[in-house]
Design a protein around this ligand. Structure first.
Ligand SMILES: Cc1ncc(COP(=O)(O)O)c(C=O)c1O
Length: 403
């Protein structure tokens, strides 16, 4: 289960009940009397800003929507390239395509996040920015990424869908890039079933994000936060509704204690497994800041990893990632270069397909890591004895495999 969904309870019920009593499910107006600054959506945005230490947060209807809103706000369009890690969720690729850009795939390193060196290798005159994904609770190594991007005039968009509540060098993930997104989908740290958030320090990007998410409009509520600077353009509708916002407000308040608890359980689990020669752990660029809800280690070979997974599953411990993430090169849309725009999609200028950069063999390191990884779950409702038991099963099966 996701972290947030385990804890849905009285606070969510209280907030949702209030929305129903108000008869105002839309954030901007309705029967009851709960518009700005008292709408739940506005209050969630203030909470998101406080939590991340950023000037502007915008609630939206999903993390995928948040990515499209942010990429649109950043001005991505036809002919633009955006670097994304090949090991990433569907939306990291699809959002770039949906705004007309071309995702350019990059290797991940032992952090399972973007290898910063890939920015130098992949930047072309058409590159506009870098989408950094903080995969499953661990922020990417942002310092070199931000430096390399800045040197090349690229923006950085942080995808913090899977790592809400994590920090990097003492500051929240999501507060470093030009923009960042969160997801409140069912399996996330905070859940509203469907929901998301866009973050930025820039008033100009905030205005553009609001317009992307609200039909190109820039209503008074937002103008009061950052003055209107540009004319309307055609936006979409990714607005956050009051029901989702009511749940999000209750959930956001729990992130700190939840992360502290999960990190404690992770420490118990790791201590139980201990150091085993030949086994390496996922590299965490800032070990003070990850969430700890899914620990990863790498076995020496793919066969050994598979054997450990199989035997641990037989003993009741499932060791596959909870994200459904795998290399983008294995997705049907990459194999076929298919897009909503058919023959006018961003990959049609390649004569042969799959072109270099979109073939599995172009990402040997990512594939090697993916085959050798073991994902160890930690739930927020686990007891210490359960974390220790999972660690013990792992230790026994790994030692058995490695002899
Ligand atoms: C890394 C990443 N980005 C984006 C998303 C999209 O979020 P959502 O499911 O809210 O659209 C997800 C989650 O599913 C994700 O894991």
């Amino acid at each position: 289960m996701g972290l947030g969904e385990c804890l849905i309870g009285a606070a969510e019920l209280r907030n949702v009940t209030q929305v129903v009593r108000n008869q105002t499910l839309f954030r901007y107006y309705g029967v009851g009397n709960a518009p700005y600054p008292n709408s739940f959506a506005s209050r969630v945005e203030r909470a998101g800003e406080a939590m991340h230490g950023v000037r502007y947060a915008l609630g939206v209807s999903s993390g995928t929507g948040a990515l499209e809103v942010a990429l649109g706000a950043l001005g991505v369009g036809p002919g633009d390239e955006v670097i994304i890690p090949v090991w990433s969720w569907v939306s990291c690729f699809s959002a770039v395509v949906r705004v007309g850009g071309q995702p350019v795939l990059a290797e991940v390193d032992e952090t399972l996040n973007l290898d910063p060196n890939e920015i130098a290798r992949l930047t072309t005159p058409r590159t506009r920015g870098v989408l950094v994904v903080h995969y499953q609770g661990v922020p990417a190594d942002l310092a070199p990424i931000l430096k390399l991007a800045k040197e090349r005039g690229l923006w950085v968009l942080e995808d913090n869908a899977e790592s809400l509540g994590s920090t990097y060098r003492g500051k929240p993930a999501g507060s470093y890039g030009d923009m960042a997104i969160c997801s409140f989908q069912q399996r996330k740290v905070v859940t509203t079933g469907e929901g998301g958030m866009v973050l930025t320090q820039s008033a100009a990007l905030y205005e553009r994000a609001v317009r992307m998410s609200d039909l190109g409009l820039y209503r008074t509520e937002h103008q009061e936060r950052a003055p209107r600077k540009e004319p309307m353009f055609p936006g979409s509708n990714f607005r956050m509704g009051e029901m989702a916002a009511a749940v999000a407000l209750a959930q956001l308040a729990r992130v700190g204690p939840m992360v502290a608890k999960v990190r404690g359980l992770r420490d118990v689990l790791r201590a139980e497994i201990g150091e085993i020669p030949g086994v390496t752990w996922r590299r965490i660029p800032d070990s003070k800041g990850d969430i700890g809800f899914e620990s990863y280690l790498f076995m020496p070979t793919a066969q050994q990893a598979q054997a450990v997974r199989t035997r641990a599953t037989e003993r009741g411990v499932t060791l596959t990632p909870h994200t459904g993430t795998y290399a983008q090169t294995a997705r049907e849309y990459v194999k076929n270069r298919s897009t909503h725009a058919g023959a006018r999609g961003p990959f049609q200028h390649f004569e042969a397909w799959p072109a270099p950069g979109y073939r599995p063999e172009d990402f040997p390191r990512t594939h090697d890591l993916a085959e050798r990884l073991i994902a160890i779950p930690i739930g927020v409702l686990f007891r210490k004895t359960e974390a220790a038991w999972i660690g013990r099963v792992l230790r026994e099966e790994i030692r058995r495999e490695l002899g």
